[in-house]
Write a protein that binds this ligand. Structure first.
Ligand SMILES: N[C@@H]1[C@@H](O)[C@H](O)[C@@H](COP(=O)(O)O)O[C@@H]1O
Length: 279
């Protein structure tokens, strides 16, 4: 496990986007050999998407042979509802890049048979060859995707009832009216994300600091589902200073990038990663 501590959310967004670009470009995807990318929604990854769009426009990155799978989607929200994750992904990202529409997979929360839709999604991931890099976000209660506290750490894609904390956290997107937040969602399981070759989890803001501490400093615990990724061989937690507020000083010191290394980050983020951060 590696923990990358950066100054603020903007730097996290830029760093995460560079990381995704580097992984795709290193892989050199082509016909019949796609790069498979798992993607999150929420406020946290928005900056990363904007930077990825910049890189595409600058001709440094193409999504032509990238296949994506989104983590989750609300149940029963029309696809064109501004808060559906379909709408979010198309509006904030997909329509701005050269991805083939058929390669951008988002769970259908309006499917007539929701368990069948979840099984289809898992099958598509397997048929695509598995996920190379899953990018994730977390809720303040430490959930990854919609794997609420108490979820099985070997779970697969399925229907989940949302926890009260999640309804509270997400009501801001629904006019601050908790009754408007859908009560259920489709979500990849913890086990689904664990199957990815590499996982990058973005955590910003003081309101996520307890979750980060639980994820990094305490044991694997199904009440903080993101903690499961301690046991993934290639997990990267990328956070800002605010999210470290609940960490012990010695944890922060152990993982922190020095100012000088941070300055050279723009040069070659990933090369530095290998010797600056401890696994
Ligand atoms: N299901 C989503 C998660 O996938 C996301 O990571 C989380 C954090 O959102 P934000 O980045 O807005 O804090 O929100 C929801 O709960």
């Amino acid at each position: 496990m590696r923990l990358i501590i950066l100054e603020n959310a903007e730097v996290v967004a830029d760093w995460a986007a560079r990381f995704v670009m580097q992984r795709i470009n290193e892989f050199a995807p082509g016909p019949g050999r796609p790069f498979v990318l798992g993607l999150p929604t929420g406020g946290t990854p928005l900056g990363m998407y904007r930077r990825l769009i910049d890189f595409y426009r600058e001709g440094r990155l193409s999504f032509r042979h990238v296949v994506t799978f989104n983590m989750d989607e609300y149940v029963g929200l029309p696809r064109d509802h501004p808060e559906s994750y379909h709408f979010y992904m198309w509006n904030e990202f997909f329509k701005h890049i050269d991805i083939e529409p058929g390669n951008a997979h988002v769970l259908d929360g309006n499917a007539s048979d929701l368990p069948a839709e979840c099984a289809r999604f898992e099958l598509l991931m397997r048929e695509a060859g598995g996920v190379n890099l899953f990018v994730g976000g977390i809720g303040p209660d430490g959930h990854i995707a919609f794997n609420e506290p108490g979820s099985s750490l070997v779970s697969r894609t399925r229907v989940k009832t949302l926890a009260y904390d999640t309804l509270e956290a997400n009501k801001r997107f629904f006019g601050n009216d908790i009754t408007k937040v859908p009560r259920q969602a489709l979500t990849v399981g913890v086990g689904t994300v664990m199957d990815a070759q590499e996982v990058m989890i973005l955590i910003t803001g003081a309101h996520k600091s307890l979750a980060l501490a639980k994820a990094v400093e305490e044991g694997v615990n199904h009440m903080w589902t993101v903690s499961a990724f301690q046991q993934h061989p290639q997990t990267l937690f990328v956070c800002d200073e605010d999210a470290t507020l609940e960490l012990r000083v010695k944890t922060v010191k152990y993982f922190k990038v020095s100012k000088c290394e941070l300055r050279s980050r723009a040069g070659n983020a990933i090369a530095h990663l290998h010797f600056v951060h401890r696994r």
